[in-house]
Design a protein around this ligand. Structure first.
Ligand code: MF3
Ligand code: CO
Ligand code: CO
Length: 242
């Protein structure tokens, strides 16, 4: 799981640095395909339930599962990049929302709150806790800041398959029946946060999930290993300074 996570994190980092105004999401997806190949890995998304692209690229009010297209990214857009790779039989899954050039303060705050909610959730991924402790940490922080969490899509166990047990919701489902976290488990924690109301709908392309109210949405995700001590973020990559 460590090499798969490292590759996913690296490719996400490279994609984030590649984003610029005028780039089409198709060009960004092609870039990802090349980078994945350079690490001898494969996209875990391409062909998954018929999914037609290498990555998910969701712009502005798109929440997740946005399809690559001829759409040009514009200055001020935000784009959620979700990447899953398969390497030597294991999957790494990670996502981040980035700004295209620059963005409004409101959008910036949405990104910061969503990213911080992910790290607060990760901090709860330790033995003795249950999945619901992760969920509650994410939801409370997001709602305290006036935003909402999506209910229809959730985080998940990840390993030899992309989506394994248990589900990891970003909202409180109650303590009863919530699975206990145990050392050795690897889970994808992935808050999807809307600036407005939580409701979403799926576009006619059958994939793209958008906010019902047209508000902006952000998505951050890491693949995390539960250990005896602190959680280990398998898709974390040392930031580059250049
Ligand atoms: N990566 C998504 C997740 O975080 C799943 C994408 S499935 C696809 O769980 F089919 F859209 F690729
Ligand atoms: Co993902
Ligand atoms: Co995921």
């Amino acid at each position: 799981m460590r090499p798969a996570g490292a590759i996913a994190g690296k490719v996400l980092d490279e994609m984030a640095a590649y984003v610029k105004p005028g780039l089409t999401t198709r060009q960004l997806d092609h870039f990802a395909a090349e980078r994945i190949k350079s690490y001898d890995a494969k996209s875990a998304f391409l062909g998954y339930h018929g999914y037609p692209c290498h990555t998910c690229l969701s712009v502005n009010d798109e929440v997740v599962h946005g399809l690559a297209s001829e759409r040009e990214l514009r200055f001020g857009d935000i784009v959620s990049i979700d990447i899953g790779v398969a390497y030597k039989g294991f999957i790494g899954d990670t996502a981040r929302t980035v700004v295209v050039g620059g963005c409004s303060l409101a959008a910036q705050r949405l990104l910061e709150v969503t990213e911080q909610s992910l790290y607060l959730g990760i901090a709860q991924a330790k033995p003795g806790n249950r999945v619901v402790d992760v969920s509650v940490a994410v939801q409370q922080f997001v709602e305290q800041n006036g935003f909402s969490v999506v209910r229809e899509f959730v985080g998940h166990g990840v390993g030899r398959s992309m989506h394994e047990e248990p589900q990891v919701p970003n909202f409180d489902e109650g303590k009863k029946n919530s699975p206990k976290l145990k050392p050795g488990m690897t889970i994808a924690i992935e808050p999807m946060v809307n600036a407005g109301r939580p409701e979403v709908k799926i576009l006619k392309d059958g994939w793209t999930v958008v906010t019902r109210d047209g508000s902006l949405s952000a998505h951050f995700e890491h693949t995390v290993l539960v250990t005896d001590n602190e959680p280990e973020i398998l898709t974390w990559v040392k930031p580059r300074f250049e």
